[in-house]
Design a protein. Structure first.
Length: 323
């Protein structure tokens, strides 16, 4: 395992909030936290449901259930949060404010926002590192976590360490992220730091940590995806769109139809159908019927511990995804 470049004083924190997508990097970050002796009762997983608890539009149907199965396996609390109506509602916004955020808390569901200025979207986010135009990441993830923290008084009591799994290897913009810094929700009254414990890890180290723990990777990796983004991520490569069209045709059609209705392509110049035409479906996508069925099922039914752990086909493969 790597020697942590900047290990925070873990004893200084009251709670450890892992922003947990269910992807390999946030999973490795969680495993690392546990390996450092942080007790499960001090950790909480926070997962952002991109489709806002509504019908599947962009994300993998199984992801919330996979995340819950991981939390249950380790006996760690899980709090799910979402923008009401998710991606589809924000995309359809027409002279209306962005929807409120809902977040699970230890005592129920909290709500925040929803009273901003009226505006209109209608277009998919732009495939840009600039979060002002790539609106899905802030609207459905970053702002959702921030609202969940800012609107719970319990975060005023003791220091909080937020843990995320970005890695320098993933992109030049991620390479520039600090390993540890004050979190955007930190104030004089609310002490919140942000640690990226696997920032300098290679993908090999990530998979080694997951293999050692024998945790079953999310089905996306087994089917050939190299990263766990939304299933229909706007940054999808031609091969990802070709695979989606082959094995999840209804999901592909939904996005293709919405793209056509918007009058503008997600990609700079090609429709998702033209992208799929240029790609080749991942061979693994049709070789694992159990994972294929699980991927499309909002109820988790596979074991979380693998009897015989094997590196998934997507490892070291197609890394298209948000920069
Ligand atoms: S995974 Fe892709 S589509 Fe989903 S929120 Fe992130 S950038 Fe947007």
């Amino acid at each position: 395992m790597t020697a942590p470049a900047a290990l925070p004083d873990l004893g200084a924190y009251r709670r450890f909030v892992v922003a947990f997508s269910g992807g390999k990097d946030s999973l490795a970050a969680l495993l690392h936290l546990l390996s450092l002796g942080v007790p499960a009762h001090a950790i909480e997983l926070h997962h952002h449901d991109v489709d806002g608890q509504g019908p599947t539009f962009m994300d993998w149907p199984c992801t919330p259930a996979y995340v819950r199965a991981i939390a249950d396996h380790f006996g760690i609390a899980l709090y799910v949060s979402w923008r009401e109506g998710g991606f589809a509602r924000e995309l359809a916004r027409d002279d209306a404010p962005t929807a409120p955020i809902a977040f699970e808390t230890p005592t129920g569901i909290g709500r925040a926002g929803g009273n901003g200025p009226a505006g209109t979207r209608g277009l998919f986010p732009q495939t840009s590192p600039d979060l002002r135009v790539r609106w899905c990441s802030p609207a459905l993830k970053i702002d959702v976590l921030a609202a969940a923290i800012r609107n719970q008084p319990r975060f005023l009591d003791g220091r909080t360490l937020i843990i995320t799994g970005e890695r320098a290897e993933e992109s030049p913009s991620r390479a520039r992220y600090a390993t540890i810094e004050p979190h955007r929700t930190s104030t004089l009254a609310r002490a919140v730091d942000h640690w990226r414990p696997v920032h300098d890890w290679t993908e090999r180290l990530i998979w080694d940590a997951i293999a050692q723990a024998r945790i079953r990777p999310h089905p996306a990796y087994v089917l050939g995806w190299g990263r766990l983004s939304c299933r229909a991520c706007i940054f999808g490569s031609p091969d990802q769109w070709a695979t989606l069209r082959l094995v999840f045709p209804a999901a592909f059609r939904r996005v293709a139809a919405r793209e056509a209705a918007s009058g503008k392509t997600i990609h700079r110049s090609l429709t998702v159908t033209q992208l799929a035409d240029r790609g080749t479906a991942f061979p693994a996508a049709t070789l694992h019927p159990d994972e294929l069925a699980q991927a499309d099922d909002p109820v988790w039914s596979l074991s979380i511990l693998a009897d015989r752990w094997t590196l998934p086909a997507g490892a070291f493969g197609d890394h298209a995804g948000p920069p």
